[in-house]
Design a protein. Sequence first.
Length: 258
Amino acid sequence: MRRPGESGYYIGVTGWFPFQQPIFNRGTTASFSGSSYIQMQGKPKVAEGLEFGFAAGLHNSVRLVYTDFRAAGDFTTPAAVVAWSQTYAAGTYVSTNYHVQSVKLSYEYLTWPYPVGSRKFRLKTLWQAQFTQVASAFDSPLLYYDSNGNPITDTSGNLVNLAGARSRHILSPMFGLGVYYYPSRHFRFEANASGFGWPHRYSIGDADASVNFRILGHLELRVGGRVFEFKTSTNADYFIKGTFASAFFGLRWYSNSE
């Protein structure tokens, strides 16, 4: 028997609420010796996700997932730090913001049991490619004016620029396993985990588990948890890493309602 997602196609939306804060730091090719360790401030209001999947052979499927979240906040530097070539002295009020975008393409191949027959369990191997981009920016908004409220200029008469902004990205294969259990027509359990990385370079990982309820003929409610981890290459002047974990909810619409 083919379950929803194993024939036809589906579309879905998810929302999750990570509260962890990523870390910005200097990499191994930095040309300076000062500190760059900064914990990015703020937390996303919601991390949004979109997905599209379709059947690709008997009980196999292809899925495309897009994730997007951002946050901003402020802190006072306890010591001098260098961020994107801007130096902020100790005691400086610094604003931070970051934006994470990720696109993952996954081929989900039925590995056991085969043939499925009337069995309710599926074990799938996950063959994936993922692109993740992390943009970050820093500024010191209180240092653009002197005590009299006049704009501060450099020796050429130009307004000072205390902002630094750039991005880092990861393009990587990922490999993992997916477990699916269908105790009834209106209820199922799903769990997926995948990742990849090079030691002392980069890493990327993604895992989720959910219980899923059919609330209408073609519509499913999903409730569960997700963990998303990344570290951009440390073989650079700067890198960013973060681990985000929280509950999520979602809706999926299936063209096949069986």
